[in-house]
Ligand binder design. Structure first.
Ligand SMILES: Cc1cc2nc3c(=O)[nH]c(=O)nc-3n(C[C@H](O)[C@H](O)[C@H](O)COP(=O)(O)O)c2cc1C
Length: 171
């Protein structure tokens, strides 16, 4: 599979099988994730892999979408941003934590796809509730989460993209 094929293979998976995931696959995906670039190489992240069913139930409290069925999926990833480590731009103070974490997250999703596993970016969750339930210190906050598991056959087709001519401008 070349890179374009991999990119096109990834799609949001919202229906999972409860099959266990091989430990080598978890290690491979996390290795791909930790090699992501970050501003000034600060690596301002913590990767919380949630396997414990009681903790998964806490996640469900923070994101109550119907499809988010924590009894189905073996693992969830939550990426925490560490604002005490992330780079802030001198000119306007912009914190690059979310950008760094987004890159790591997409490394995770693409590596998972290559290993025939499904993921789905989730940001529409209650961050304050998560902080409370998982007892996070002041400098850490959850940026994004995703299930990780073998996709059920019933997942739909990938969504369309804008045409290149609409989004690329050569000046
Ligand atoms: C930053 C971001 C946040 C997202 N948050 C959610 C979410 O909270 N819930 C959800 O079901 N999908 C979420 N998605 C998935 C998008 O809806 C999905 O990626 C988009 O529709 C394109 O479809 P595809 O992933 O199948 O290519 C999010 C995606 C991104 C990139």
């Amino acid at each position: 599979m070349n890179f374009l094929e991999l990119v096109k293979e990834r799609k949001s998976v919202r229906k999972y099988l409860s099959h266990e995931i091989e430990q080598e696959k978890i290690e491979y995906i996390m290795e791909c994730t930790r090699h992501a670039p970050s501003a000034v190489n600060r690596q301002p992240w913590k990767f919380l892999l949630i396997k414990d069913k009681e903790k998964q139930a806490l996640l469900k409290q923070c994101y109550q979408a119907q499809w988010f069925n924590v009894s189905d999926c073996p693992y969830y990833l939550v990426i925490l941003g560490d604002t005490s480590q992330s780079w802030k731009r001198r000119f306007d103070g912009k914190d690059h934590c979310d950008i760094d974490i987004s890159i790591a997250m997409e490394h995770f999703c693409l590596a998972a796809t290559e290993q025939q596993l499904g993921t789905c970016w989730v940001c529409a969750f209650d961050v304050d509730l998560f902080r409370k339930l998982f007892d996070l210190p002041e400098n850490l906050y959850p940026v994004v989460m995703t299930p990780l598991g073998y996709p059920d056959k019933e997942n739909g087709e990938r969504t369309p993209r804008k045409d290149l001519s609409e989004v690329v401008e050569v000046v």
